[in-house]
Every structure is written in structure tokens, then in C-alpha cells.
Design a binder for this molecule. Structure first.
Ligand SMILES: Nc1ncnc2c1ncn2[C@@H]1O[C@H](COP(=O)(O)OP(=O)(O)O)[C@@H](O)[C@H]1O
Ligand SMILES: N[C@@H](CC(=O)OP(=O)(O)O)C(=O)O
Length: 445
């Protein structure tokens, strides 16, 4: 049995968390490939090391002293080292990082040091071999991961070791320069390693007992989702459930490797199993009609109104061209007769909304163009929804019952997800309303 175990920042936040990780790793000889994030927050008013490193980079850029931030990072690692009685030469590591910062090292190098240092300490503590991700995780120049090259390098680096620790979140370009992934990317490192070593399971250890039906910061003690499909997971993580990076699904799915989300603070909890098909287990224990509710705030809708536009060939392409020209990714395009709404993340258009609008006005000459800001998108995800006629009606009437104004609605053809747009101010209220109706009430039946 080969297991890849990825520990998130919350699992390696301090010496107490390191000790929990050691216990978990040593409890199962199958846990041979350990991927770690950088130390996360010890408490809600603490800072993630990666955030501090990005802040140091900003200070360097604006020629402001970064000494106290650098000291805060160094103190964090020195304390873990001291508390655990480790010997890794941190003085040398930090002296080297400072020297490179002063020599204008890249942002990617600097922010990758959180994972690197955490990996160094964790490897020593676990008595495992340390494998630097820069020596293994290989990017192509287009930013994709070269699986063949990474596989060869991993095989060599892991040869002869009973257990390895590899930092997540970064790798190297073909010229050796360090490159980081997008935030939360250690999940992707773990998934890539799981693919390459043909793991039996990819364990993702965090600070919650699996994927929960809703964000625990909105719903108090939400139910755990015992199992979920890759498709559902991707929808949920893309739409805001940040337990797992949405791109982490692809490498494991390719080899049908289940992902098991587990809680470092409650290791006996079975967490959530994520797999291609849950039907066998669903037959034994039917799931809720809704698997999960998630969402994000901060969207803008650009509504273009023009008589007969829905029959005008090329209208939609021309409309989307205006967004492509400014490199803005479009979230969805709800269409009604003669009205096309383009929904985008607000931050993606904060520099160029008015250029885009004037482009649309010039090329399409709409009768009217309206901009709506401060919108949220709420995704209700569930593999069971397609088997429940009337589900979308019941869902929408629940919004009505709570006087929540629905701004947009869309449903995927496979009926896996219904996305409802509401005002940002109604976001939490809407999630509570759906949870109470479709989860709490069903549970109490
Ligand atoms: N549906 C959900 N289920 C579980 N956790 C969620 C959900 N939505 C958001 N979260 C948040 O995701 C957090 C875990 O992800 P993250 O902070 O990236 O952990 P780690 O540092 O372990 O990688 C949880 O603490 C929780 O607040
Ligand atoms: N440390 C990086 C990468 C990461 O995956 O972290 P975490 O596992 O704590 O979400 C970040 O904060 O983005």
C-alpha cells in the first residue's frame, strides 16, 4: 500500500502540530511520500509564512525595511527547531535567503522558502529523506508540469529511501529558476506525486474533518460529506470551497486514485473520500440530495441589451471578444431574449471595465448596457439532484421564502450544479437558507 500524505499549513503551524504529523505518519508504513506546505497560522491573529514572505517581497519592491518581517519568519522556524530539539542549520539557511533577497532574487524563489524550510525541519523530525521540490517538480516554459521529467527525477531522488519529505507549492523551470504554483498549490504537488508513484490513496491532511457540506466559517458545525465524486469536488473547490485546490483533481483522476481529506487534529475521523463514482456506496447509504453548498462574493455582471440580438449571428462571439482582448476570464453568460449578461470576477475588470464597455458599445451598438456590481455566485452541487424532479423549483422558492432577490440562475446540463447569483449582502443568508431547508430538515426527518 503506497500513500501520499500532504499536510497543509495548519498541520505544520508549530511544534505541537509537527508532533501530530509524526504520530500520523508513523502509524502507517504506507505513508512513504510526505508533502508539506509552509507553516500556517497558529491562531486566527497569526500569519501564514507564505503571506509574510509575499509581504517581505512587497517591502523589498518599495525599498522599505523588511527586517522585522524577516525576523518574524526566522523566529517561527527557530522556535519549532528548538521545541523539537532539531539540528538543521537554520542560521545558514536564513543568511543565504537574506543574501539572495539583497541580490534581487525572484519573488517565486522568496515565497517558496516557506515550504522549503518546513520540509527541511519536517524531514529531520521524521527521520525521512529530504527531497527539494526544485530538483524534482519540473515545469515546462508554458507553466504546465512535465510529468515524464518529474517522474524520472522523483524516481532517482526517492531511490533507497524508506520515506521522503518533499515541499509542496514550487518546482523549477527548465533553466532551473524556481517557479511557484497558484496559492494553495501544495495540493497539486501532492496530487502529482500520487499520480507518479501510482499511490493507492492521496491523503490530504488539514484542519477540518473532511469536506463539509458548507463553509464552517458560515454554517456552525456543518455536516461532513462522507464521499463525493471528482466532478462534484471540482465544482465545489472551483466555486469557493478552498479545502483543496481545484486543479488537484486532474493528476489523481487520471489514475483513478481516491483522495481522502483528513483532519490532523482528529486523525480517527474517516474524513471525506473523493472518487470517480460513488454509486456502489450510495446504494447502501443514500446521500443527501445536495452534496454541498459553496460560493464566492465579488462578481460583476455586464448586461448588454439589444433588440433581436439573440438571432444575430456572431453577437455572442463579438461580445466575448471584448473580454478576451483585455485578458478577462468569463465566469458565465446567462442569456435571455435580447439580453446577454457576462459575469466576471470584479477584480479581473477593476483596471479596465470602462475600456471593455466602450469596446462593446463600439462593436455591438447595444440599446442599453448596464453594470451590476457586488454580486455573489452560490453553487449548489449534488449528484442526486438529477434524480429529484422539481429540485430547482424547490431551491428557488426557498430564496423567495427568505426574501432573497435572485439576480441570475444557471444550471449545468448534467444537472450536477445550480448556480444562483444574489447580492453580496444576501450571500450568508442564502447559504443558511439552503442549508436549513435541504440539510438540517432532511436530517431531522
Ligand atoms: N466546504 C468546506 N469544507 C471544509 N472546509 C472548508 C469548506 N469551505 C471552506 N473551508 C475552509 O477550508 C479550510 C481548509 O483549507 P486550507 O486553509 O487551505 O487548509 P490547509 O492549510 O490545511 O491546506 C478550513 O479550515 C475551512 O475553514
Ligand atoms: N503555502 C502556500 C501553498 C499551500 O498549499 O498552502 P496550504 O496547504 O496551507 O493551503 C499558500 O499559502 O498558498
Amino acid at each position: 500500500m503506497i500513500k501520499v500524505a500532504k499536510f497543509g499549513g495548519s498541520s505544520v503551524a508549530n511544534a505541537v502540530q509537527f508532533a501530530k504529523v509524526k504520530k500520523i505518519v508513523e502509524a502507517d508504513p504506507g505513508r512513504k511520500f510526505i508533502v508539506t506546505s509552509a507553516c500556517g497560522k497558529e491562531s486566527s491573529d497569526d500569519h501564514k509564512v507564505t503571506d509574510l514572505l509575499y509581504l517581505i517581497e512587497a517591502h523589498v519592491r518599495y525599498h522599505v525595511s523588511y527586517d522585522s518581517l524577516f525576523q518574524a519568519v526566522q523566529d517561527k522556524y527557530e522556535k519549532i527547531k528548538k521545541d523539537l530539539g532539531l539540528t538543521t542549520d537554520l542560521d545558514h539557511e536564513f543568511a543565504m535567503i537574506r543574501k539572495l533577497i539583497d541580490a534581487n532574487v525572484s519573488t517565486d524563489y522568496l515565497v517558496s522558502r516557506g515550504e522549503y524550510l518546513t520540509g527541511r525541519l519536517l524531514a529531520e523530525y521524521l527521520g525521512a529523506a529530504f527531497v527539494d521540490a526544485a530538483e524534482v517538480m519540473s515545469f515546462r516554459y508554458d507553466g504546465s508540469i512535465d510529468m515524464a521529467v518529474t517522474g524520472e527525477k522523483l524516481e532517482k531522488a526517492a531511490a533507497g529511501a524508506d520515506r521522503i519529505v518533499i515541499p509542496g507549492f514550487y518546482g523549477a523551470m527548465p533553466n532551473g529558476a524556481i517557479k511557484v504554483m497558484t496559492r494553495g498549490g501544495s495540493d497539486i504537488t501532492g496530487a502529482v506525486i500520487a499520480n507518479l508513484v501510482d499511490a493507492d490513496v492521496y491523503e490530504n491532511w488539514t484542519d477540518v474533518s473532511g469536506f463539509l457540506v458548507a463553509d464552517p466559517r458560515i454554517i456552525e458545525h456543518p455536516l461532513r460529506i462522507p464521499r463525493i465524486t471528482y466532478n462534484e469536488l471540482r465544482e465545489m473547490s472551483y466555486m469557493g470551497a478552498n479545502v483543496l485546490h481545484d486543479d488537484a483533481v486532474f493528476p489523481v483522476r487520471q489514475k483513478n486514485i481516491p483522495i481522502n481529506i483528513r483532519n490532523t487534529n482528529d486523525p480517527d475521523n474517516p474524513g471525506t473520500m473523493i472518487m470517480e463514482d460513488c454509486s456502489e456506496m450510495d446504494a447502501l447509504e443514500p446521500p443527501h440530495v445536495i452534496t454541498g453548498i459553496t460560493g464566492r462574493k465579488g462578481f460583476t455582471s455586464i448586461n448588454v441589451i439589444k433588440a433581436h440580438s439573440s438571432t444575430e449571428v456572431g453577437f455572442l462571439r463579438k461580445l466575448l471578444d471584448a473580454f478576451e482582448k483585455y485578458n478577462v476570464s468569463v465566469e458565465s453568460v446567462p442569456v435571455t431574449v435580447d439580453t446577454f449578461s457576462v459575469i466576471v470576477q470584479s477584480h479581473a475588470v477593476d483596471q479596465n471595465l470602462y475600456e471593455i464597455v466602450s469596446e462593446i458599445k463600439n462593436t455591438l451598438q447595444p440599446d442599453d448596457l448596464r453594470i451590476e456590481e457586488h454580486l455573489s455566485q452560490i453553487a449548489v452541487v449534488g449528484r442526486e439532484m438529477r434524480n429529484r424532479p422539481g429540485m430547482s423549483g424547490a431551491l428557488l422558492s426557498e430564496f423567495g421564502n427568505h426574501a432573497i432577490n435572485i439576480r441570475t440562475i444557471s444550471q449545468s446540463c448534467d444537472e450536477l450544479t445550480i448556480v444562483v447569483g444574489v447580492n453580496d449582502s444576501d450571500f450568508e443568508k442564502a447559504i443558511h437558507a439552503i442549508y436549513d431547508k435541504f440539510i438540517s430538515e432532511e436530517k431531522n426527518k
